[in-house]
Design a binder for this molecule. Structure first.
Ligand code: AHR
Length: 632
């Protein structure tokens, strides 16, 4: 929407008496930087929740490719195919699988089958198998047969509504030993659609066993076993400084034996056993530890690795001491896997896994939300990890997930799940934080308004909160919104109010997504001394300077239902009269984006020509504005 139209929509229908708030004054001393802005302030937090990876970022299209559910072996998302006169059954076979990590398989017993009467198995994908025209899909599976007479396996993508075959490929006769097969599916002039399914079928009787049935569309930077292009592009547009992974509750697991065991997520996919996750669906671990680091590399983000610290969510913990040593060693191995040279044990394994160059780590987080641990064991556990990690890696900053005693944490991780009003009321939260204490990471924060993704009211709460973090970013050095992703299909969401939504084919950013992107692409390097005088309790500001570009960046958030005039006084500084204004706004707080209306609320860039040392600017109701004021 063009800005004039946007402004007209915002102002329409308001009685004159309530047209505006009392004018506010923002006084800025451009010669007085008062604190450095953390260059790593805005990052991402991620975990397997809401089908973030499986059925989300991780581009795999086959759902339940290794026949496991959170409750054990399962044929979920698979059905039997009996075309024409074909007769067949399928069942989990726990006696045979392609590897030690994947000891079971799906057994297909075909009693009757023939050409045009094929028998086989069907996968419904993650709410469909998406196809686009003229695209190549790379697939593979492990299989064996009891007799080569079962013949070739034909793989098809079939449209759910029309029955049309959208793409087809054939794998010649199966072997009687477990073997990996590859296939390529090519679409022609098909209509883009998610309403498709995948079939693997045969034309002769016999028995075949399948495992790790896989199909990938083109991925970001064509990486094998890679990520969805649209979602990576959306993340790239946020210019995130870091990625906090792998959780969240996903790191802890419900039980100690369901924790994130990184060693089981590396190497060939057939050697990854997969694992139950606390968000009630099974994790394929196709996006494993190395893939997290490669994701960081692709988007130029610092990895912020959280290591399992001996606490799982059902109040299971390991006390500090000898019992905790294996967990500490596991964390040291993990750091060596990521950062060690190829002459180290774990660095060499990383090289064998395909990434000889080491990654660099500045931050390690010990656990997640350990304030939930009622045993009071966290201070001891943190200290044990801290000492061991510091001894080996003195430059790494070690983040505590709860206040600790007996040791000083480098950084403490705060989490906020709030309403917009709660954030409005608390934007000065960090103003008085002790500058001599630990630094702060706000590792999870969000305005929880709107579902599945947040609405304009949430974006206003977020933006207000960001002004407070930014003004205090000498102490708040890292901040990441959570959760990042949600699959918006029925049953896809475990946690409402998320940043980016998608189905199998399309994705969109919430208003909060755009607010984040606006803030992170207008960061600046120093906070300028400024003072906002306003009677409007829903007006917020942050002023930084981008020294390299001689630019003052003014962020204004008007969470009220009325426009807000602000007299901006730059205390004598020479300011270019033309300035860019980036605006995110909507007529109501309930307005939002959705999978069917993905760009209703997006930032609009306009130009003002009255910028000066002192000038008046009006911020529309329910809007977030960023003014780029260039200094002469
Ligand atoms: O973001 C959802 C969950 O909220 C995270 O997994 C957990 O850390 C927090 O309680």
């Amino acid at each position: 929407m063009r800005l004039e139209k946007f402004a007209a929509v915002l102002l329409a229908g308001l009685p004159l008496a309530v047209m505006a708030q009392q004018p506010a004054t923002l006084t800025i001393d451009t010669a007085k930087p008062i604190a450095a802005v953390s260059p790593t302030l805005y990052g991402l937090m991620t975990e397997e929740i809401n089908y973030s990876y499986d059925g989300g970022l991780y581009a795999e299209l086959v759902n339940n490719r290794t026949f496991q559910s959170n409750r054990g072996p399962s044929t979920a998302d698979w059905t039997i195919l009996e075309n024409g006169d074909a007769r067949a059954t399928m069942a989990i076979d726990k006696t045979t699988g392609p590897s030690e990590a994947l000891p079971l398989s799906l057994k297909l017993t075909v009693d009757t089958a023939a050409a045009k009467s094929e028998a086989g198995i069907v996968n419904s994908g993650y709410w469909g198998i998406p196809v686009r025209p003229s695209e190549q899909y790379h697939g593979s599976f492990y299989a064996k047969t009891d007799s080569v007479s079962i013949g070739a396996v034909t793989i098809r993508i079939i449209n759910n509504d029309t029955g049309a075959t959208e793409a087809t490929a054939t794998v010649p006769t199966l072997s009687t030993e477990w073997k990996r097969y590859e296939y390529t599916l090519k679409t022609g002039a098909v209509t883009a659609s998610a309403a498709n399914h995948l079939t693997l079928s045969v034309e002769h009787p016999g028995t075949a066993w399948f495992s790790l049935v896989s199909l990938f569309p083109p991925t970001y930077q064509n990486t094998p076993n890679g990520n969805r292009i649209d979602l990576m592009q959306k993340l790239a547009a946020m210019h995130p400084a870091f990625l906090r992974f792998p959780g969240g509750n996903y790191l802890e697991g419900d039980h100690i034996n369901e924790r994130y065991e990184w060693k089981k997520t590396i190497g060939s996919l057939v050697d990854r056993p997969t694992h139950p996750s606390p968000w009630n669906y099974h994790s394929s671990d196709g996006l494993g530890l190395l893939e997290f680091f490669e994701w960081c590399e692709d988007l130029h983000m610092q990895p912020l690795l959280a290591v399992y610290a001996g606490y799982s969510m059902r109040q299971e913990h390991v006390d500090a001491g000898v019992g905790l040593e294996p967990y500490v060693q596991d964390a040291l191995d993990e750091i060596e896997y990521a950062t060690g040279s190829t002459s180290t044990k774990w660095g060499a394994i990383r090289a064998k896994d395909g990434h000889p160059a080491p990654f660099h780590i500045n931050y390690i987080e010990v656990g997640n939300e350990d304030w939930f641990d009622k045993s009071g064991s966290y201070s001891g556990r943190y200290a044990q990890f801290y000492k061991a990690i510091k001894a080996a890696y003195p430059d790494i900053q070690i983040i505590a997930t709860a206040p600790v005693t007996g040791i000083r944490a480098d950084v403490v991780d705060d989490h906020f799940y709030r309403s917009a009003q709660e954030f409005f009321n608390d934007v000065h939260h960090y103003d008085k934080t002790d500058r001599n204490g630990p630094k702060v990471m706000v590792g999870e924060w969000v305005t929880r308004e709107g579902s599945p993704t947040t609405n304009m009211g949430a974006a206003l709460g977020d933006a207000a909160w960001m002004t407070g973090m930014e003004r205090n970013s000498d102490i708040v050095v890292l901040a990441s919104y959570a959760p990042l992703f949600v699959n918006v299909n029925p049953g896809g969401m475990q946690w409402p109010s998320d940043l980016i939504g998608y189905d199998a084919l399309n994705s969109y950013g919430s208003p909060s997504y755009y607010a984040q992107a606006m803030f992170s692409t207008h960061l600046g390097d120093h906070v300028l001394d400024s003072k906002l005088d306003a009677t409007n309790p829903r007006l917020f500001d942050s002023v930084t300077v981008d020294s390299k570009h001689h630019r003052v960046i003014v962020k204004l958030v008007n969470g009220s239902s009325q426009p807000q005039a602000v007299s901006i006084n730059l205390s004598g500084a020479k300011v270019h009269s033309n300035a860019h204004v980036t605006t995110l706004g909507a007529p109501t707080t309930e307005a939002t984006n959705s999978i069917t209306d993905p760009t209703r609320i997006v930032p609009v860039v306009s130009t003002i020509s009255n910028a000066a040392s002192t000038f008046t600017h009006t911020v529309p109701r329910y809007s977030i504005q960023i003014l780029d004021l260039d200094l002469n």
